[in-house]
Design a protein around this ligand. Sequence first.
Ligand SMILES: Cc1cc2nc3c(=O)[nH]c(=O)nc-3n(C[C@H](O)[C@H](O)[C@H](O)COP(=O)(O)O)c2cc1C
Length: 307
Amino acid sequence: MNLAVQLAPKHHRGLLLANPVMTASGTFGYGTEYGHVFDIQRLGAIVCKGTTLEPREGNPQPRVAETACGLLNSIGLQNIGVDALIREKAPIWASWRVPVIVNIAGETIDDYAKVASKLEGVAGVSAIEVNISCPNLKAGGAEFGAEPKSAASVVAAVKAATSLPVLVKLTPNTSDIVKVAVAVAEAGADAVSLINTLKGMAIDIAGRRPLLGNITGGLSGPAIKPVALYRVYEVAGAVAIPVIGCGGITTANDAIEFIMAGASAIQVGTANLTNPRAPLEVLEGIEEFLRKEGISSLAELIGAARR
Ligand SMILES: Cc1cc2nc3c(=O)[nH]c(=O)nc-3n(C[C@H](O)[C@H](O)[C@H](O)COP(=O)(O)O)c2cc1C
């Protein structure tokens, strides 16, 4: 059975995954925390926590709230910073078979480029995933990913700063995600991953105030799956680069829906928080589905619902 997928076909080195199952940024730490739970080397790729130029403490508590079939979070990119990541995490990743992709974030275009250039030539880092859901400080705090132009500027700057494959993580908090996807593809993105969380909030009625310390948060989990699936379906029909599906994937059947919608690979996110074995179970379920259907190659399923 051939589950391998090439996520950067236009890149000189490429980004070949043994299978399409990845972990979503911010929901699987640095991967190192999960070695005792299952054999993480079986995964297609691990995407680490969003990483910035300087370490960040994140937003005020409370930072998570459960919702019907979902989760609101406002972690605020708490992370150890790129220098500590290079010093402490990358040397561990360098001995792994599973590729690790570093998710990066910034408040200015220059921040993104600096983080990317620091990762250049670091053993253990296979690719960069650019999170364009961050507020653009120079443009009044709107997300970089909300507009095709600002999204493309970030991608062009990161591409100029790195020789690694560059995936771009799209936000659903925009009026037209397809236009943003097309713009980042034109700016040189090797693949797009989508979706990031949907902006939302909850109110503590006893305290008569917003529940999250940051007032708003990002909604994830099964509640967003139909929205994410539709975005993947739309974007996969508009760009020629690989699409990575993400949003509420909890089971193998969820993953197969995204693959049939046109995703070449998928990311498991919030599901990890309730079941840390979820990515492995999704992988085994995909294998089981292919066996039952008598399919020898995953490629046969990619975009099957579009034909
Ligand atoms: C607690 C938490 C932290 C997250 N941190 C990041 C992050 O640092 N960078 C990023 O690009 N996405 C981050 N995300 C978004 C996820 O990677 C994913 O895109 C989103 O949650 C939708 O997928 P899911 O429904 O499977 O969780 C985070 C999500 C959660 C729940």
